[in-house]
Design a binder for this molecule. Sequence first.
Ligand SMILES: NC(=O)c1ccc[n+]([C@@H]2O[C@H](COP(=O)([O-])OP(=O)(O)OC[C@H]3O[C@@H](n4cnc5c(N)ncnc54)[C@H](OP(=O)(O)O)[C@@H]3O)[C@@H](O)[C@H]2O)c1
Length: 440
Amino acid sequence: MDSFALVIFGITSNLAQIKLIPALYDMAEKGLLPDGMTIIGTARKEMSPSEFKEYFKKVLNTENIHHQHAIKEEVFNDLCKRLHFVNGNLDDPKFYEKLKNYLNELSGQGHPCDNRIYYLATYPDLYHHIFENLQKFGLNTQDEGYVRLMIEKPIGNDLNSAKKLNQLLLKYFSEDQLYRLDHYLGKESVQNINILKSTNAGFWKIMNNKKVDEIEVVVSEDMGVGNRITYYNDAGAIRDMIQNHLLQVLSLVLMEKPKNYSSKEIHNEKIKILKKLELSNMDEYLIGQYKSYLNEAKKFNVKNSKSETYAKIILNCKNKRWDGTKLVLISGKKLPKRYGRIIIKFKNPRNRVVINLQPRQDITAKLDGKSIRNMKYCIECGFKPNSPDAYESLFKDVINNDKSLFVTSEEVYLSWKLVDKIEKLRNKIKFVYYSDNKNP
Ligand SMILES: NC(=O)c1ccc[n+]([C@@H]2O[C@H](COP(=O)([O-])OP(=O)(O)OC[C@H]3O[C@@H](n4cnc5c(N)ncnc54)[C@H](OP(=O)(O)O)[C@@H]3O)[C@@H](O)[C@H]2O)c1
C-alpha cells in the first residue's frame, strides 16, 4: 500500500479523545495500520514530540465507556513512531505554511506524505479557513498523490445550510474526495443488516408490510449532554441524532437488496427509501427535556432553553414493500439505560428480530418460533468489549477508498428535508419535562 499521512485537525478535541485516538490504538494493536502511515495531529497550543506522546498516553489511559481495555506498552511505542504534531491556529495562513513544510520534511525523511487524508475534528466555523488555506498552499491538489477529506456531522443544521456547506466543499474538493461520516454505519451490527438480508432468504421474505407491524429504531443514553451543551442546545435530539444516525440505520433496514454491494448501488437503494419517507401518526410524536438539563445548561450561559433531549417520531415509507408498517424513531438522553436497538415487530408473534447496535453489537432472531443460530450475519457474533469500533472500520475504508459506509450529499439533503418538515410542526408536538433517568 502507498504511504500516506493522516492529518487530524483538532487532535485535542473531545471526538479525538473518545473515538479517534482509541480507534488508532486498536488498529495498531491488530496490525491494521499500514506500514507507510504517518499520523499528524494539530491544535493551537505548543507540544513537543514527547509531550504529544504523553498526551496520547493520557488519553488512552483515561476512563472511556467506548474503550475499555488495557494499553500495551509495546503497541503504544509502535504507534508513537508514527505520531507527529503541528501546532497553530486554523484561521491563520502561517499554520498551513508550517504544515506544508512539515509534510515536505517528513517526506524527505522517508515518510512520504504526498497521499493525504484530512480529518476535520474541529468546529464547522473553521472549515472555510481550512479549505481556503489548503488550496492556497497547494495542499488540496492531487498532482503527486491522492487527497481525501473526512467530515463529521453535523452537515449543516437544515437543508439550506447543508447545501451551502456542500457547495463550499465542492469549491475545493471533488465529490470522490469527500467522506461524510455517520459512525453508526461503521458499527458491525449495522453492516450486518445487509448480510442478514442476503444470506437468509426466509428473513427477507417476511420483511414487508403484510408481515411486519412496526420497526422501531431506538438510541437511548443514560448520560446527559455534558460539555457538548453549547452545540447540543442549538441542535436538539432531532437534529443531533434522528437526522443522521437513525434515518441512516432505518434506510439500511428498509432498502431493497442492492444488485451488488458496490458503494454506488448501496447509496442508490438508500436514496430510494429516503425519498419515500413521510411523516405519520403525528399525534403520537413526543419531545421532551430531562429535568436537570436547564441547571446543566446554566453553567454554559444557556437559559430558558426548550431544546429537546428526547424525541419520538413516526414515519411511513410510501413504497410497495413498506407502506403501512409503522416506523418509530426514538432518541434520548438521561434515560434509564444506554442501548441502541432496532426491533422488528412482526404480526406473527413467533417471529422477532432484534439488532443490537450498542453497547452489544449482535442480532437475535426467531423465525417461526425457532431461534436462528447459524445465521451468517456476524464476524464476531456476540459482544466483546474489544469488538471493532465503528471508527476503525471507517478509517480502514477511507484508507482503502471504499465509500459504501459514508453518506452522499443527496442522502444528507433528503434527511434534512424530512427533518425540516418536523421542525416546522414543532409547536404542534407535545413537549414534556421528564425526570432524570426515567422514561418520559
Ligand atoms: N465530540 C463528539 O462526540 C462528536 C460526535 C460527532 C461529531 N462531532 C464533530 O466533531 C467535530 C469536533 O467536535 P468536538 O466536540 O470533539 O470539538 P471540541 O472538543 O470542542 O474540539 C475542537 C478542536 O478544534 C481545535 N480548535 C478549535 N479552534 C481552533 C483554532 N482556531 N485553531 C486550531 N484549532 C482549533 C481544538 O484545539 P485546541 O482548542 O486545543 O487548540 C480542538 O482540538 C465537530 O465537527 C463535531 O460536530 C463530535
